[in-house]
Design a protein around this ligand. Sequence first.
Ligand SMILES: Nc1nc2c(ncn2[C@@H]2O[C@H](COP(=O)(O)OP(=O)(O)OP(=O)(O)O)[C@@H](O)[C@H]2O)c(=O)[nH]1
Ligand SMILES: [Mg+2]
Length: 425
Amino acid sequence: MFIDQAKMELYGGKGGDGIVAYRRELKVEYGGPFGGNGGNGGSIIFKGTTGKTTLLDLKYNTVLKAQEGEKGKNKGMYGANAENTYVLVPIGTTIFDQDTNKVIGDITKDGQEVVVCKGGRGGRGNMAFQSNSMKCPDFCEKGEPGEHRYIRCELRVLADCGLVGFPSVGKSTIISAVSNARPKIAAYHFTTLQPNLGMVKLDDGRDFVMADLPGIIEGAHNGAGLGLEFLRHIERCRVIVHVIDMAGTEGRDPYDDYIKINEELKSYKMNLIKRPQIVVANKMDMPEAEENLKVFKEKTGLTDVIAISAYTQQNLDELKFKIADTLETAETFSIFEEDEFEVREYTYTEDEEPFIIELQDDGVFNVTGAKLKRAFDMTDFDSETARFRFARQLREYGLDDALRKRGVKNGDTVRIFDFEFEFIE
Ligand SMILES: Nc1nc2c(ncn2[C@@H]2O[C@H](COP(=O)(O)OP(=O)(O)OP(=O)(O)O)[C@@H](O)[C@H]2O)c(=O)[nH]1
Ligand SMILES: [Mg+2]
């Protein structure tokens, strides 16, 4: 089964918790803190491979969780960092953030890696908090939670050129005549339901990848037939090979077909009509073809139409050379603009609000915010010292002042995630 879209929910691994421990050595007189840091949680990394051609595997693994970091250990030893989780995807896979629609990564090379969901940092053990002012800390940090995100993967085959045209014009016959690809060929429409790639090798040593694409019909850019699904696969092709049934089998009019397909290419979002296009007149073995080609050239004004018969394998070399030559000067491009990629910041900038205060209907002041959540999640509320430290962090962030400004008075209730407390001046 060919699957070229998949949605997933990803969880980066939580960092391991730090621990509280003390020195208990025979010859060390005053035992100090000795609890080590937790290990970092595993990240989820997508990696391109030539060994895959569809996103089928992702369909069965819609929720993925990376491993947690190991807890810190005694004697100041760090917990082990968790292994990263790798997801192998075919070349040509784009990973989008489902919430923002931004591109997280576009995989166009074998072995290319994209960190899609980061694991959390390990929490610090009590040894890490030792300082001149705090000789023996009795608290530790919990591991940072990993990222959580919803993503969407889309596959657009990576080929140098793509065969485009109405159904049954002979696209699959052409690719099987010039490359190692062996797609199904038949006299009914939409024989090809998925893109097939073939490697075309020339006698002069050049080679390129050709994609046999499913047939396009009028209105495809609006989703007619199998429309957009297929047009998407043309996006990465640097050269478009426009195939026309010059015999006009099934009562087709070659000129009409040519105009309609170009209309679709023009209407599709990437303005595919601007790509270098090679026009191929196929089925030239048929009696009507010669006359039709003459009329076609007159009507279009085109002079360099490549006339072939895929069936009797006529003139295929000319076609191969024409494609190879055109590819030499065709632009290479990224199909995404720079501003379509997400810009990630793992450290918070100075001016970002560390928290948001909202007065709720029940009279409680609710405090939320990404930075605050992180500090909250990493606090071990069982430890009194850790609780004090959290309170101090809040003061450093300026929460006290902000609450006062927001009109919080002595005795009012303030809620921070799961915790409620009374505001006391
Ligand atoms: N006479 C003749 N018939 C051809 C030629 N090329 C293809 N055909 C026939 O045209 C029919 C359709 O060929 P396909 O290669 O399956 O066409 P396609 O464009 O891939 O069609 P879809 O996959 O449905 O879009 C088959 O019956 C082929 O044998 C040719 O050069 N001459
Ligand atoms: Mg086909």
